[in-house]
Design a protein around this ligand. Structure first.
Ligand SMILES: CCCCCCCC/C=C\CCCCCCCC(=O)SCCNC(=O)CCNC(=O)[C@H](O)C(C)(C)COP(=O)(O)OP(=O)(O)OC[C@H]1O[C@@H](n2cnc3c(N)ncnc32)[C@H](O)[C@@H]1OP(=O)(O)O
Length: 215
């Protein structure tokens, strides 16, 4: 993948923030509102929330946004331009309403780490995080760990082990670390822990390969 140069956003005592934390900008505020809507739609009273009108209003908003959208190709070029950190991916992107979003920091020991609390939109088993969501978070976290380590690639294999249910509504620590590089093969590991206990662990094989940015 062509990650370009990724200047760090800011440094903290607990690491260097690698992903783009949500900012007080119209697009980030609108996306945060959309996330709120996703959750509220799942929680609201089916019978008494006047969902007919809600559907109409939401479609109105979608139409407005679509009317102001350039060609997808053009938008993709814009999305991938510049040297900033990713703002649109489905894990850390503050501009992506399906991203929780997870904020990841690079640590001096070479690992990357972030804390996130997942809620109803990410539910799998009752009260627990969907296994595919955990895999998504970890795939991306391993990708960022590779970038932090200085050699990244595309996921070829992701071996996910679910040790115990991952709880919703509790702070989760998501971590990744590049273990070794053997030619084009990159081995990276990671985990999701809750209250200090490992819920999910992964071993990833990445292959050094660049997908060109749209231009
Ligand atoms: C200062 C720091 C700044 C930090 C900045 C932070 C911000 C970071 C920003 C952004 C982070 C982004 C994070 C993104 C994370 C998400 C990642 C994804 O989701 S990637 C999408 C899903 N993955 C695919 O779609 C791949 C699809 N597969 C392929 O394209 C190919 O199969 C590929 C590239 C994996 C390999 O294809 P070939 O043609 O390039 O290579 P061949 O020749 O086949 O293999 C090379 C070697 O690898 C082995 N290999 C390949 N695939 C394998 C596999 N699946 N299992 C085992 N071995 C495999 C082969 O056996 C071969 O080994 P032998 O050299 O012979 O020893």
């Amino acid at each position: 993948m062509d990650l370009g140069n990724h200047p760090t956003v800011e440094s903290h005592s607990d690491g260097t923030v690698l992903t783009s934390a949500p900012q007080d900008t119209p697009v980030d505020r609108a996306t945060a509102a959309a996330r709120r809507v996703l959750e509220a739609l799942l929680l609201t009273d089916r019978a008494n929330a006047n969902l007919e009108r809600v559907a109409e209003e939401l479609n109105g908003i979608a139409e407005h946004l679509e009317q102001h959208a350039p060609e997808v190709r053009e938008r993709m070029v814009d999305m991938w331009s510049g040297e900033g950190v990713t703002r649109h991916d489905p894990v850390t992107g503050p501009e992506n309403a399906i991203a929780p979003p997870l904020v990841l920091a690079g640590m001096a020991d070479g690992s990357v780490r972030g804390e996130v609390t997942l809620t109803i939109p990410y539910q799998g088993p009752p009260g627990c995080v969907h296994g595919g969501v955990s895999a998504l978070l970890l795939d991306h976290t391993l990708g960022v760990a590779n970038a932090w380590a200085g050699k990244d690639g595309m996921t070829a294999q992701l071996n996910v082990r679910y040790h115990r249910p991952t709880p919703l509504f509790r702070p989760l620590t998501v971590q990744g670390r590049q273990e070794s590089v053997d030619g084009r093969k990159i081995h990276t590991i990671g985990s999701i822990t809750a209250d200090g206990e490992v819920c999910v662990s992964v071993e990833g094989l990445f292959i050094d390969k660049k997908v060109p940015r749209p231009r």
